[in-house]
Design a protein around this ligand. Structure first.
Ligand SMILES: Nc1nc2c(ncn2[C@@H]2O[C@H](COP(=O)(O)OP(=O)(O)OP(=O)(O)O)[C@@H](O)[C@H]2O)c(=O)[nH]1
Ligand SMILES: [Mg+2]
Length: 365
């Protein structure tokens, strides 16, 4: 990076908001003449004449050579400190691209918002901004937003406790915070739920019912799904990635066996497992094997609209679901959410949001 050039970066995601912000950082004096040729404040003041933090409404643009027509954009410009200027424009990509390209012509180096941020802030602030930008849902973003500065303060407090000889107290506080490590990591990445079961039990039908569209092929023939098919959804405000897998059975040809191997791998690595059984078919050895192998799975007694031939053999905690009639889906969704978030952290609890923050905590154990 050429340090002497001011940098410009779009600070809002592409095409997602009504308003976009472009931030210029560096020696603004080198740009003032150029900007004066492009930005006309409604007040008539030049940018360097406006006070810090005072907003200037005006037009960003010039008369296009040849056409005689003005190509201008309503913008709000604000010099926030001696080295920073923010330009707020319409959120559309074209408006942003055009202003960024003008800034490039004026001598700015165009960078990604993260790299502009990274040169200015400490690791904690950087991490907070980065996790907030990667929040999977609005609910997750709410939890991240209130964490600003918390873990840094918590680490400083733990350090003081240890220095003051209160190691036991430091250890128990550390355990309290680490209890939320999984929750914290999943504010920026979805929880992985994998569906498995014998061929034809209705795994693809259930994934489609849960996401509300035909993501996976459903067919009345065992061995339809061969690969792992993923679909993202949100349950109760938490991001969930569902994976449909090939039906599992002992006897299979080599192509099907390859699909089953992938299914087993995905199932083993999942954050939670949905094990489907078809209540309209008598229990099969493959059902029994899967139930015994995965005692922590959420068992779905599927095709609950058909006569149940499992009777006493049905695991007592199985959730009865019919994807065809869309019954039991609410109970199943609640069970999935409960598996991941059985309780919420206290409002003031510092939550480790990254593996780096977890490592900082682990150093106190
Ligand atoms: N009665 C009833 N039939 C269902 C239900 N869910 C699925 N089916 C039927 O069961 C058959 C198999 O459904 P799929 O969703 O393809 O089953 P699968 O487990 O993905 O099958 P494979 O990919 O071959 O392992 C289809 O004919 C579906 O219409 C249900 O809730 N009730
Ligand atoms: Mg399938």
């Amino acid at each position: 990076m050429t340090s002497s050039l001011p940098t410009a970066a779009a600070w809002t995601p592409s095409g997602r908001g009504a308003v976009a912000t472009i931030r210029v950082r560096g020696n603004l004096a080198t740009l003032s003449e150029g900007i004066a040729g492009i930005f006309q404040a409604a007040s008539g003041y030049l940018l360097e004449e406006t006070l810090p933090q005072r907003i200037s409404f005006g037009r960003w643009g010039r008369v296009e050579v040849g056409s005689g027509s003005p190509v201008a954009e309503d913008v709000v410009v604000c010099v926030t400190d001696s080295k920073t200027c923010e330009i707020h424009c319409h959120g559309g990509d074209a408006a942003v691209r055009r202003i960024v390209s003008d800034l490039k012509c004026l001598g700015c180096e165009i960078v990604d918002w993260r790299s502009q941020f990274e040169t200015e802030r400490g690791v904690w602030e950087r991490e907070h901004a980065d996790t907030l930008a990667r929040a999977t849902t609005l609910r997750a973003a709410g939890w991240i937003a209130v964490q600003a500065g918390r873990m840094e303060r918590a680490i400083a407090e733990l350090t003081e406790l240890v220095a003051g000889g209160q190691r036991e107290l430091a250890t128990s506080r550390t355990h309290e915070m680490l209890a939320w490590a999984d929750f914290g990591l999943h504010l920026t990445r979805p929880w992985e739920v994998v569906l498995a079961g014998r061929p034809n039990v209705g795994k693809s039908s259930l994934i489609n019912a849960l996401v509300g569209f035909e993501r996976s092929i459903v067919f009345d023939e065992p061995g339809t799904t061969r690969d792992v098919v993923t679909a993202d959804t949100v349950l109760d405000g938490w991001a969930i990635r569902l994976s449909d897998t090939a039906g599992q059975r002992g006897a299979a040809n080599s192509l099907e066996a390859a699909g089953i191997a992938k299914a087993c791998e995905a199932f083993a690595n999942a954050d939670a497992r949905l094990l489907l059984i078809d209540v309209s078919q008598p229990p099969h050895d493959d059902d029994r094997r899967l139930l015994a192998e995965w005692p922590d799975a959420i068992v779905v007694a599927h095709k609950a609209d058909l006569p149940d031939v499992w009777g006493e053999s049905l695991p007592p905690n199985a959730i009865r679901v019919s994807s065809l009639q869309r019954t039991g889906l609410t109970e199943l969704s609640a069970a999935i959410v409960f598996r991941f978030v059985p309780a919420l952290p206290g409002a003031e609890t510092p939550i480790p949001l990254t593996t780096r923050q977890q490592s900082e905590l682990l150093a106190f154990l």
